[in-house]
Design a protein around this ligand. Structure first.
Ligand SMILES: C[S@@+](CC[C@H](N)C(=O)[O-])C[C@H]1O[C@@H](n2cnc3c(N)ncnc32)[C@H](O)[C@@H]1O
Length: 246
């Protein structure tokens, strides 16, 4: 059963403070994204706007965030009210998105892994293609289909990951631990890398590239190389990018 983020919006937000988010997830994501300068950006599955805000602060001309969860969008709008930087948010399923415009770049952290079969993945990829300008790139980070390590392998980083199996549509469950040792659980779905590639190609995308994750020099310096060995060896997250040709 896919996660209803309304019920865990604040707890999920807290999980973004763990060191691996900054030094592994965000570091690699921004490296893949490259220059945001003066670009119009669509941030799909934007959640509480964690990356939406950073896209604008890192130079994007304008950023629109889209998320299915009213609770997550409420947090994003709260941050925008407290500290306005002209962001737009829309509460909508990506598969039903029909904006009357296109963007220079589309980004998404943890969207495609909510597709439980090729049909729902096709619908997401088609919506992304429709909202991207020719020449634009789609950049995403996603649950890594190739992750095979044991459930508790990632516990040193504050979370666990369990694959119910490796068949199409099998559940992948993450538990993010809070400082008091309670946890929030989110569930997404396993699809093969070839299934992702097929859906992107069928939507019209080219130049599909998978990217392994890295740790920032700051993260290596602050926590030491030993700390990062396990997550670098068995990577729970993977980068993916592709292009809509002119
Ligand atoms: C793991 S959270 C990531 C949030 C944010 N991108 C981040 O990195 O902090 C996944 C988000 O995807 C949203 N989501 C899942 N399926 C979606 C869909 N079909 N359309 C729009 N949002 C979706 C959820 O509501 C949730 O906020």
């Amino acid at each position: 059963m896919s996660t209803n983020y309304d019920a865990i919006a604040r707890e999920y937000q807290a999980s973004k403070l763990l060191p691996w988010r900054k030094h592994f997830e965000a570091y690699t994501y921004f490296k893949l994204i490259g220059s945001l300068n003066e670009k119009s950006v669509l941030d799909l599955a934007c959640g509480d706007g964690f990356y939406t805000r950073q896209f604008k602060l890192r130079g994007a001309a304008e950023v629109t965030g889209v998320d299915l969860s009213a609770g997550m969008i409420a947090l994003a709008e709260e941050a925008e009210r407290n500290n306005p930087i002209s962001l737009n948010y829309i509460c909508c399923n990506v598969t039903e998105l029909k904006l009357d415009r296109k963007f220079d770049m589309i980004c998404a952290s943890y969207l495609l892994n909510y597709a439980h079969d090729i049909k729902s993945l096709n619908a997401m990829c088609e919506a992304i293609f429709q909202h991207l300008k020719p020449g634009g790139r789609f950049i995403t980070i996603n649950s890594n289909p190739d992750y095979k390590a044991t459930i508790n392998s990632l516990l040193p980083y504050g979370f666990t990951r369990e694959n119910a199996g490796y068949n199409e549509g099998d559940e992948v469950t993450y538990r993010f631990y809070q400082p008091d040792n309670s946890f929030v659980e989110v569930t997404n779905y396993h699809l093969k890398k070839t299934t992702y590639e097929r859906a992107l190609i069928e939507a019209g995308f080219s130049e599909i590239q998978w990217n392994t994750m890295d740790v920032s020099p700051l993260g290596l310096g602050e926590l030491g190389t030993g700390y990062w060995e396990r997550i670098l060896e068995d990577q729970p997250v993977v980068g993916l990018s592709c292009k809509k040709l002119l």
